[in-house]
Design a protein around this ligand. Structure first.
Ligand code: PGA
Length: 249
């Protein structure tokens, strides 16, 4: 069996009262799974994740961070703070950060470097908008986003990153990429990482309307090692079905 990485991205959802049973259940789900299970949660829930998930098989982390170590950055959270709370993961370069909050390729590069320096695994997201896809520039966009995020990072450190192809048009829309579309771009990204950074076994996730009913088909693709799951991670029965996916090597 191929070990899949199935990581939830809660976004700005869930309440304190919903989270306690959620964390309790996900510990059991991960315990019985041969896949790697993780959840990235809003900052205010990280403390609770630390107490309920630390020591379990569930990896946990944040949905963003700032690159500076400390200082006058009202509202921001540093990698060191995440590390203090035992975060394993941090999502960086998510399309909602790029497109709603204006994060640039340079910002994302600084954040990836800082997460690696601090020992937190970045989940580096990249992906094209529908306009970019229609204009035939998907490969260029993906290549630009990946190479700029990896600027001045050595090859060994690049090997510690989890990559996530998330076409913007598939995120939260209910319309996922087809398995062939996802495979095409994940395969392209893997070849780019191998050719340019000598990274042979990159971990490549697909994200964008991944659900219980399309997980098997998408996750069975050769270049796809797991999923970054937004909406479907909020309902544990749905998330569990995705986590239960089994794929032959
Ligand atoms: P979605 O979100 O599964 O709700 O499309 C995925 C993501 O944004 O990571």
């Amino acid at each position: 069996m191929k070990k899949l990485y199935l990581i939830g991205n809660m976004k700005m959802n869930m309440s304190l009262s919903e989270l306690e049973p959620y964390f309790e259940h996900i510990v059991g789900i991960a315990e019985n799974s041969s896949n790697v299970v993780g959840v990235c949660v809003p900052y205010v829930y990280i403390n609770m994740a630390k107490y309920m998930l630390d020591g379990s098989k569930v990896l946990f982390g944040a949905e963003n961070m700032y690159h500076a170590d400390k200082g006058a950055f009202t509202g921001e959270i540093s990698a060191h703070m995440l590390n203090d709370f035992g975060c394993d993961l941090v999502i960086l370069g998510h399309s909602e950060r790029r497109h709603i909050f204006g994060e640039t390729d340079e910002d994302i590069n600084l954040k990836v470097k800082k997460a690696l320096e601090t020992g937190i695994t970045p989940i580096l997201c990249f992906g094209e908008t529908i306009e970019e896809r229609k204009a035939g520039s998907t490969y260029n966009i993906v290549e630009r986003q990946i190479t700029s995020a990896l600027q001045d990072i050595d090859e060994e450190d690049i090997g510690r990153i989890i990559f996530a192809y998330e076409p913007v048009w598939a995120i939260g829309t209910g319309i996922s990429a087809t398995s062939d579309q996802a495979e095409e771009i994940c395969g392209f990204a893997k070849r780019l990482l191998e050719d340019n950074y000598c990274l042979k076994n990159s971990i490549m996730l697909y994200g964008g309307s991944l659900k219980a009913d399309n997980a098997q088909e998408i996750l069975s693709k050769e270049s796809i090692d797991g999923g970054l799951i937004g909406g479907a991670c909020l309902k544990l029965d749905e998330f569990q079905k995705i986590i239960d996916t089994k794929v032959e090597k």
